[in-house]
Design a binder for this molecule. Structure first.
Ligand code: HH2
Length: 288
């Protein structure tokens, strides 16, 4: 698929609640233990103020998570997750009713509570495998859903991940999960796929996926890339502090965009949005 054809996969062409063009998905983790922003936004007031900053910086979606899925993390109780996330959604929407909020969860009860509170997208890192009720929740809500590839579970996924052909296996998995979602009643226009950078993958696996992203774009669904501040960027740059990995993140965003990805889940909204504006103009896709 050509770059221009991939651009027509951009969410917004159908009923999705965001505008055409590359979409920055700003990360808001309401957790004590996320790998980069853990503990920063547990207070709903601080979370809402960070969301407002991200909106001012041009985020198209705010992705709110109440459970860390970093390597080695433990699951949290759904009740705890809901208690963390719902007040934050309510507070953001009270101040900025136009905000498009996505909920980063694989629990159907959390997704239901978030959608009731006004979230409009579900981001499921298990691609609807984590909870048998999730597909029906998304189908009933008629909302976009992000289906992400992960090998294993967060607790152990970075212990010797193995593939025969990482690109082919991730592509095949995403095709099967998209088929599953559509069979369960999710609109084909509501499916977004994500290769799951860092989820059961070595540095070489991550690089192979990013280098061959066209193979995922070719599935015909919008592609989200979530590389922000991740360990592979630290390995390549020698930057240990996650919050300092913005330059490496921006390089990933621009190259992934050039290969046809259209959604970028990032912590640093302004840096990535400005890079995408310039990259889009050079690629001559969205600047007119
Ligand atoms: N990465 C993280 C969490 N959710 N969702 C999608 N669709 N794609 C990703 O790559 C992705 C994701 C992990 O990053 P972060 O939220 O910053 O950290 P933590 O899991 O520690 O909260």
């Amino acid at each position: 698929m050509s770059r221009k054809e991939a651009a027509s996969n951009t969410p917004g062409a159908g009923t999705q609640p965001w505008s055409p063009g590359p979409v920055v998905v700003g990360i808001l983790n309401v957790t004590p233990d996320s790998f980069s922003d853990g503990g920063d936004f547990l207070d709903p007031e601080a979370a809402a103020s960070h969301a407002a900053n991200m909106l001012d910086e041009g985020t198209g979606i705010i992705d709110i998570g109440g459970e860390s899925t970093r390597p080695g993390s433990d699951p949290v109780l759904q009740s705890e997750e809901i208690q963390r996330v719902v007040p934050v959604i309510e507070r953001i929407l009270a101040a900025r009713p136009e905000a498009v909020i996505s909920v980063d969860t694989y629990h159907s009860a959390m997704a239901t509570a978030a959608l009731e509170a006004g979230a409009r997208v579900v981001n499921d890192v298990t691609a609807l495998r984590g909870d048998p009720r999730m597909a029906a929740v998304v189908a009933d809500a008629r909302c976009p859903v992000i289906l992400m590839h992960m090998q294993g579970k967060p607790k152990t996924m970075q212990r010797e991940p193995r593939y025969e052909d990482v690109v082919g296996e991730v592509r095949g998995f995403l095709a099967r999960r998209a088929e599953h979602a559509i069979a369960a009643g999710v609109g084909p226009e509501d499916v977004i796929v994500d290769p799951g950078i860092g989820f059961g993958k070595t540095l070489d696996h991550n690089l192979a996926l990013l280098r061959n992203l066209e193979a995922i774009v070719d599935l015909g669904f919008p592609v989200l890339v979530g590389a922000s501040r991740k360990t592979f960027i630290g390995k390549l740059t020698g930057v240990d502090e996650a919050s300092d990995r913005v330059f490496g993140t921006v390089a990933t965003t621009v190259l992934a965009y050039e290969k046809g990805a259209t959604l970028f889940r990032v912590h640093d909204v302004r840096a990535n949005r400005e890079a995408l504006a310039v990259a889009g103009a050079i690629l001559d896709t969205f600047h007119r």
